[in-house]
Design a protein around this ligand. Structure first.
Ligand SMILES: Cc1cc2nc3c(=O)[nH]c(=O)nc-3n(C[C@H](O)[C@H](O)[C@H](O)COP(=O)(O)OP(=O)(O)OC[C@H]3O[C@@H](n4cnc5c(N)ncnc54)[C@H](O)[C@@H]3O)c2cc1C
Ligand SMILES: NC(=O)c1ccc[n+]([C@@H]2O[C@H](COP(=O)([O-])OP(=O)(O)OC[C@H]3O[C@@H](n4cnc5c(N)ncnc54)[C@H](O)[C@@H]3O)[C@@H](O)[C@H]2O)c1
Length: 481
């Protein structure tokens, strides 16, 4: 039976970075993967495929250039599912190769098969050549999550799907219902609407992306409606079924002729409304997979959503077994998962000088159309906490670079402490928001004030100019000028 210093279970971002970190510290390390490919949700079903689809849709439809080139601008007339899949597959293959070569270069053993604990320091891996046993001193459980699939929803992989199967549709539907206005539902609703699909989004709360600053969320909902998305807010889906539809030839949004499918999906809402569409995306959260890991053999408990509790060093209640990534819950992002995996392994291997990081400065990046990003507090949080602030606003229409990029609707809002002028939050909706936010994050992490943006020269023309404009705007308000 082979023994390792460290075994990481799962090759998503948490497992990848944990394994490489262990190897960099000179330890023997294996990483186990049950799927036939590496990368987890990050590469195969989540982050990368959805972002690749977004880029392909925006590029092929010319959606980002219409402000400059006219509303009829369309670089490719008939965008097909093959165009979109081809683009995504190219990026995904590149990621597989990259991760594989990183493991190889760092002498990380990649073992294929489903891992299960059979003892505190022993796992069995069910691979294609039968079960193999391995032991290790330390374990990192980085098995991720899967989409929630309640029993009463008749998922069929074709018309009633989760985000995993959406990527395998064999055609672009004309109509789509999205259940859940969280990050997944909002991103895909925007991507599909940009493609010309008529989307209805149903969200149980009265706002999509409830964690956003209200002003940004309001602007986002306005943009979604402008895109033709019907928002059914404060509405819950009661049941979902396939129903017969009348056959008919109908025009599609690209000027071609399509045959309407024989069956449609019908979602009944608690309010009595009935919605019908060709495809329904069910995106109301994700669910852990710990039930399959044999954790009772180690004495580790998991919660009712099959997620693990860990301490601030990512240790479970059994100290030599660590957990990181989506399996430990919030914030469940690729960005945070990779850093958690690395930190868990540093602690496991006694590298205790990894400095604490500021969880309050995690940025959020929503790759909707338009992009949204935030770091720090929202106006609502600051008000609740009694922290006095002023807002500094920059509208993209005042920024030369935004004009060059064809985005005149975006905005940045900077929240500035009324007395100290420290930056308390940055909220952006518009082109490159997910990149731009990191300037604000850096200034906040280093304790900077709004004056930083006034006192330093930025490249011109850049979107970074938003920071200057927002700082002037906020400080002028504070100085009554
Ligand atoms: C549609 C979508 C879009 C997203 N977009 C973003 C984004 O833009 N930005 C962002 O930061 N995050 C995004 N996320 C979230 C991100 O994908 C996850 O947070 C991240 O992948 C979690 O990493 P992980 O390592 O914890 O798990 P995962 O990536 O889920 O990987 C877990 C791996 O463990 C393997 N595994 C499970 N059980 C076993 C077992 N018993 N034996 C062996 N292997 C096992 C799985 O096969 C899988 O490969 C998105 C998610 C989705 C679904
Ligand atoms: N850009 C990114 O960072 C990114 C992108 C996609 C996904 N993710 C991650 O993936 C995870 C899962 O995302 P998600 O969007 O599936 O989950 P979520 O929990 O973020 O959102 C689910 C939404 O569905 C709503 N809902 C629940 N039941 C409902 C019902 N019956 N009818 C109508 N609405 C209902 C909830 O109110 C909630 O707003 C998140 O943790 C997120 O961090 C991140």
């Amino acid at each position: 039976m082979k023994h390792y210093d460290v075994i990481c279970i799962g090759t998503g971002p948490a497992g990848q970075k944990g394994a490489i970190q262990a190897a960099k510290l000179g330890r023997t390390v294996a990483v186990i993967e049950k799927n036939p490919v590496v990368g987890g949700a990050q590469v195969n079903t989540g982050t990368i495929p959805s972002k690749a689809l977004r880029e392909a849709v925006i590029t092929l439809t010319g959606a980002d250039k219409r402000n400059m080139l006219g509303s009829s601008y369309r670089p490719k007339k008939d965008v097909t599912i093959a165009d979109l899949v081809g683009f995504s597959q190219q990026i995904i293959r590149h990621e597989w190769e990259l991760i594989g070569s990183q493991f190889e270069r760092n002498h990380v053993d990649l073992i294929w098969g489903k891992a299960k604990f059979v003892g505190p320091n022993e796992i069995v891996v069910a691979g294609k050549d039968g079960p193999e046993h391995y032991t290790a001193d330390k374990f990192l459980v980085s098995v991720g999550t899967r989409p929630a699939r309640p029993e009463h929803i008749p998922f069929n992989e074709q018309t009633i799907v989760t985000s995993d199967e959406l990527l395998h549709l064999d055609h672009i539907p004309r109509t789509m219902i999205v259940v859940g206005g969280g990050v997944i539902g909002s991103e895909y609703a925007c991507i599909m609407a940009t493609l010309g699909v008529r989307v209805t989004l149903v969200e149980g709360r009265h706002q999509v992306l409830g964690f956003l600053d209200q002003e940004i969320a309001g602007a986002f909902q306005y943009f979604m409606r402008q895109k033709g998305i019907t928002l059914r807010l404060g509405e819950k889906v009661e049941s979902i079924n396939e129903v017969d539809a009348e056959n008919a030839e109908v025009g599609n949004s690209f000027g071609g002729r399509d045959r309407r499918p024989d069956r449609l999906v019908e979602a009944k809402l608690e309010s009595g409304k009935k919605l019908r569409a060709e495809v329904l995306l069910y995106s109301v959260g994700r669910q852990g997979v710990c039930g399959e890991l044999g954790l009772d053999a180690v004495g580790i408990e998991f919660d009712d959503r099959e997620r693990l509790n860990v301490n601030e060093s990512y240790q479970t209640n059994v100290p030599h077994v660590y957990a990181a990534g989506d399996v430990i819950g919030f914030p469940a992002l690729a960005s945070t998962s990779m850093e958690q995996g690395r930190r868990a392994i540093c602690h496991a291997l006694g590298v205790c000088d990894v400095r604490n990081y500021n969880t309050e400065l995690f940025p959020y990046g929503i790759y909707a159309v338009p992009e949204i990003s935030m770091v720090g507090k929202t106006e609502e949080q600051l008000t609740d906490e009694g922290i006095p602030y002023e807002t500094g606003i920059a509208h993209y229409r005042e920024i030369a670079r935004a004009k060059l990029l064809g985005d005149e609707l975006g905005m940045m809002k900077m929240l500035i402490h009324q007395e100290t002028h420290h930056i308390l939050g940055v909220h952006i909706i518009g082109a490159e928001a997910t990149e731009l936010v990191h300037i604000g994050q850096a200034v906040m992490a280093l304790g900077g004030t709004a004056e930083f943006f006034i006192d330093n020269v930025f490249n011109f023309p850049t979107l970074a100019e938003c920071y200057k404009v927002a700082a002037y705007n906020g400080l002028n308000k504070l100085n009554h000028v």
